[in-house]
Design a protein around this ligand. Sequence first.
Ligand code: ATP
Length: 429
Amino acid sequence: MRTKINELIPNTNVCINGFIDRIRDQKSVQFIIVRDLYGSVQITVDKATKPDLLPITEKLTVGSYVTVLGNVVENSFVKLGGKEIIPENIIIESIAETLPIEADSNIDQKLDYRWIDLRQPKNALMMKVQTLLTKSLRDFMLERNFIEIHSPKIISQPSESGSDLFTLEYFGEKAYLTQSPQFYKQMAIASGLERIFEIAPVFRAEKSFTSRHATEFTGVDIEMANIKNLEEIMQFEEEMLAYALIKVKEVYGEEIKNVFGVDVVVPSLPFPRINMKDAVEILQDLDFDIEFGEDFTTEQEKALGEYLVKKNGHEFYFVTGYPADFRAFYHMRDENNPTLAKGYDLYWKGMEITTGAVREHRYQKLVEQALEKGNSKEKLDFYLDFFKYGCPPHGGFGIGLDRLTMLLLNIPTIKEAMFIFRGPTRIKP
Ligand code: ATP
């Protein structure tokens, strides 16, 4: 039976599997470092006592995959955990050619060979953390009786403006890849499923080359019926994120500190909230040329983030009170001031991670808002119909999982905070 490398017990016979990480060939002895997902160990081959292994070890190359059968021995001279394996047998499962990348290769080379790049312990840790993050978000919702949906990714009509859609041919008709599950989340609410979520791919045909945009990413999308106000949605999200960060810190806090140099901070509740009007005033005080009614530029967003995170001593903040003009047509308007939408963006370490809103569930109002924004009713009819036959008041939000991972681990680019990155000039491997 195979033993994981972090579970080696001295004076036992084991069978391990792993990649060859390094080989050091000395006159009388060979040191071979083998690594699996859990750790690394030194295999020490004494040439005099194990001549039968030499024809095998001569063939070994870095990256090759091996099975090693042997005895675990305590040895305080071994830097790697004070243990080594004295092998009885080494089986080469697969020989590697010279590896095309190294730990310090440039990012594009690394992405070309992402599967080799992912063997690095740092990247494996990123994947483990993302797994736990997703599990924790999912657990939080399942504990609250949410239903998980899987909505179609091939659609006939876009849910947003349509500018960032990938088109495809669907048996002679034009179809698109979803840039958000928004319409289907709301359909599920009209279906009476009450509280639903989906964790699934989202496609955006944006030609952006920023460190935080991908053309395909994983969205964590949530929609809840019987929401009375925006505050309820924000409270739900902050509790959910705090819950997930507690779990991540518990299990991986120390490893994340050692490998990424990041302290996972469990955020206090409630997260700070700021109104768009006040945010604009702060930016004006910081000498930015912005008026209320204009959206933030990237630079303004960054400056506001730096200012607020420092002032509040909190990594998160919600921005509310956005003008309806630059929010989606399905966001409910504020009764006291219909020029404003009942929506928010949530920022973490100065970067947007979520857009949330109370949705307009009243058919007539929704049609009016859709038309006001220049949508054609015919095209949207399939969606508008969801609200014709009774629909609970509702609201929800969407989080970008890859952005969340990137910010959690302070990874400088989203390209390295996901399994495989897709961008305007990257569609392989
Ligand atoms: P941005 O302004 O940063 O482009 P957005 O306003 O288009 O984002 P939403 O449509 O509100 O984003 O999507 C919800 C969340 O999905 C965002 O807050 C972000 O976390 C994530 N997200 C959006 N676009 C991308 C992208 N291209 N790559 C990765 N994550 C994204």
